[in-house]
Design a protein around this ligand. Sequence first.
Ligand code: ADP
Length: 487
Amino acid sequence: MHQVQLAGLTVDTRHAIGGERVASAETFESVSPIDGAVLARIARGGAAEVDAAVAAARAAFPAWRDLGPRGRGEILHRLADLVERDLEQLAQLETLDNGALLRSHRRGVMPRVAHNLRFFADWAVDELHHEPFETRGHTNSISWDPSGVAALITPWNAPLMLATWKIGPALAAGDTVVLKPAEWTPLSASYFADLAAEAGVPAGVFNVVQGYGAEAGAALVAHPGIARISFTGSVPTAKSIARAAADNLTPVSFELGGKSPLIVTDDADLDLAVELAVEQYDNAGQVCLSGTRLLVHEAVAEEFAARFAEAAARLRQGDPREESTQIGPQIHRVHLDRVAGFVARATAEGARVVVGGGANDELGGLYFRPTLLADAAPGSEILTAEVFGPVLTMQTFSSDAEALELANGTEFGLAAVVVCGDRARAERLTKNLVAGTIWVNCFFVRDLRAPFGGSKKSGVGREGGTWSFDFYADVKNTVYAPSGWKE
Ligand code: ADP
């Protein structure tokens, strides 16, 4: 009764706390966005389960800390091996739960899950060193010490990928973990807890508490026993987490939303610009990094819009398990209605529909047509608020200065895409763009060595490479005097 068979896997629907499976009196449904099927009833945790998980993680901390980076790394590599062993089933499970394309789970996302674990395990061993330096004959020796329990709160758009992007460095750094997955996508994290146990992650080192944000999530981030909070999600939730963290002065790392620009200059390769712009519909637009605001030089705007409309019309929308599908469903009815609301308000205020414009009535369910809106009023909601659906807007500019003003004219600063034919011009643009990541003539090229995070309201802090360890670890400087030794 506490287990369901899905995608060839046995998934336990209870929490994973201290090496045991723990039930809650209440449960919530996990529903597939593909067809509305109820996949499982999941334990609905709250303060009591969070207390138990934090206590287990604290108890497991000293031994995990003392294992050292090599010992932890071996276990993380075994865990990555198991992810690779079950890759096909994990890909299917994630698609059932969040509706993202099966082929991208197979080829991109699940391999990246394994890479998240291997990369940070190796980085802690090979790269996490700082050359000692001398101060008047004294030696400064810098170390990254495990800090305690890391509370990880993750969203539904890339559940296991974003969870392991935090779990990898937290465990490699020597912290123990309590993960609270998003309530719309609880399944892969639950299965991952079994893989962790099988890989030899000691009991209590990795815990999963399932439940709603306002219950389990809020209890976790307010807990005085945690040392770090890493959160990926929305700005309003980040504010509430920051308020809870303030009471204990718990350090936070936030990766939040975006309203990123995609700038097309008049000397850009227009085929490339169209190709990159259409990619912004990936994952049905449920990607924080999407360049959703197409800013196109007025000299090429008409041609760009015509070619974009053609390319967008060719996109195949449908069941995310089909190999030929390019756009799947939205995650949930609540979210689909939210996306539709943005588009309805924009068009009521005078925005023009170039492509799409509403739900896909032929398919029914949770499918929203890839949409492009033009002529939205400056400063209007559709140009400033994050939609998180397959909805792009197009604005034109006549000079690079104007492009920059438009690009930087939101409260977000997560990413930017620049499509430009001249390197010096591109460098001038990128220098003045406010964003954590900028892609020039490309999109979504990610390297875990690179810093990742958002400026302005798109985040607090950076993760990736040593930046991840700067957050999860206690960075320490020990100064050795040249004298005072007995030998
Ligand atoms: P989205 O709008 O993408 O669903 P949220 O920020 O609401 O983003 O959710 C992201 C994660 O934050 C989810 O795991 C959710 O359960 C959790 N969450 C929501 N509210 C809170 C809260 N008050 N405290 C802690 N976690 C929360």
